[in-house]
Design a protein around this ligand. Sequence first.
Ligand code: NCD
Length: 359
Amino acid sequence: MKHLIDPMDLSKEELDQIITLAEDIIAHREKYQDSQRYKKLSTLFYEPSTRTRLSFTSAMMELGGNVLGFSDAKSSSVSKGETVQDTVRVVGCFADVIAMRHHIEGAQLYASEVSRVPIINAGDGSHSHPTQTLTDLLTIKRELGHIDGITIGFCGDLKFGRTVHSLIKALSRFKDIKVVLIAPDELKLPDYIKQDVCDKLGISYKEVQTMEEVMPELDVLYMTRVQQERFLDQDEFDRVKDSFVLDCAKMALAKEKMAVLHPLPRVNEILTEVDADPRAAYFRQVENGKFVRMALITKLLEWKDDPSHGMPEGEEPVYDATLRCTNAKCICNNEHAPHKFRRSDNGTLRCWYCDSKIK
Ligand code: NCD
């Protein structure tokens, strides 16, 4: 069965099928309005969300299906101590597909190991956010007409920003992508993405200090919010919170056809004066999120019983009783998930669930 936990769970063909279907949904909305009648999506949100949860809900409603779930785990049996694995076993008796957001990294991967219905990762800690990635890819395609060959600048919180991690991974499925990383030292992209994604999969990247020096090169500028809730140290947050701000003066340096994306919510990293610029694509991006989730739900339900659309054959997990994942926000330190690992090509061991480096 196909779940969407990590962007790399989708092959390039599957990714293209989802984007193509989303474009068809946009062109012929009436054709799809009853297509998932009697099907149920469950939204299990253990972490705050406006856009993503409502986007999933409206996507399923536009397909003619129903939605059940919770937006506050305190109102569910989680408050009695139920594990995510038990919760998805239970919810799988009611729903055909589950969208889950969790503050614990790897929670959805762990849940998918026992689920009898497809699980969609709607964000796990600062780790992954693959449906935002689908939204971003569809937006780039619609704004620029193509994804291959783009130069994309990621600006802001590249350390904790899960949307950035997932989009860079997915871009490795496209040709001739150039990535520019614009972040203060404290918020740089984690090494595992640089090594295991960019270096291994051939995405060229460079790190720069200012937005001004790269604005003229960019086809896409991907702005992000500094993720206050993921900082362990308030002083560190205060030092970096106003690092990079996009305004009209910086937009004046950019290409005429550049697209500005932002997963939202924004705080102060894009001034509202930029909103009127036709290159500001972030509110169009929100709507694309609904269309691409309609396509994703449709495809996962179609692929559910099709053995040719399973999870990718990955490497075998490594078990070593002497090693433990040290990430306090990983599922294996919060529930009885086993401490298991994956070995990268360069010999590094990483946690199976959260990708933290073990040794
Ligand atoms: C993002 C998220 O939740 O990671 N928002 C979203 O899903 N649209 C980005 C963020 O919270 O900054």
